[in-house]
Design a protein around this ligand. Sequence first.
Ligand code: NAP
Length: 279
Amino acid sequence: MSSTKISYKVGFIGAGNMAKAIGNGILVSETIKAEDIIISAPSDRNLAFWKEKGVRTTHDNAEVITFADIVFIAVKPQYFAGMIEGLKTTKLSVSKPMCFVSIMVGRTVKSVKEVLETVKGISGPFEVIKVMPNTPSMVGTGCSVMVSDKSSVFSSVVRQIMELTGVCEEIPESLMNACGALSGSGPAYLYMVIEALADGGVKLGIPRDLSYRLAAQTMSGAGKMVMESGKHPGVLKDEVCSPGGSTITGVHELEKSGLRAAFMNAITAAAERSEQLGK
Ligand SMILES: NC(=O)c1ccc[n+]([C@@H]2O[C@H](COP(=O)([O-])OP(=O)(O)OC[C@H]3O[C@@H](n4cnc5c(N)ncnc54)[C@H](OP(=O)(O)O)[C@@H]3O)[C@@H](O)[C@H]2O)c1
């Protein structure tokens, strides 16, 4: 596979699941050469994966910033302060234009920018773009949302990178926590739905592994129908429900159990929690 080449060097601070998902998308697409990518983490735990692919690895976050033009901050939000304090104790000195892409849940563009501005070794113009990916990015079917300034120089290339892992939608920052609760957290809720559907099948005698396969493929197919048919999900639901049939009988049971309210409550609660975590 190959798409438009990217001439920037890309770095990742943090080498865990999300860095792997985004980095793998880049490597598979061959839009950036492995030698133009660098990644750091405090331990070797996650670095072997990258070394095998010919990516430069380091324990020194300053080396990532020195080498790369676009740096993904892929540490957990609670480790961001420690990461910044670490940078202040290095001999970091960069004055080139740069872009930091924060994927940390809950942190606003402004707060990330303000914290980075306290690092004296970064003296060139830099911008901060916020991206909220989700875990299906690991298999190329991710759903990311992105916030950038209108004046951003790097937004189109960052979007191109994120589209290597699935789709990427640009949103106003005011919707970030809501979108994070929907597409960032959403996979967890939908895995629960797959588990529940499969449990229903097992209860009726379907073998467990077959039940999971049927449930997962049904979920994936339903999503594809919504995306590709252009029909409203309610219309698609109606098309499965014949009058007096079995599906509408099941739909009635779901409505009695408050399925829609349960999901709406979950998304609202997750967004509120992101808001708290960002403070
Ligand atoms: N997982 C999701 O569904 C999801 C979705 C959207 C956004 N996010 C965001 O993505 C970010 C990464 O999440 P993840 O799931 O990839 O986490 P993860 O798998 O735990 O990886 C975190 C990485 O950060 C490294 N790290 C810790 N402290 C560091 C420091 N001071 N300097 C450099 N690296 C450091 C860890 O090093 P070691 O390898 O040595 O442990 C590890 O490689 C988080 O901010 C999260 O909020 C996650």
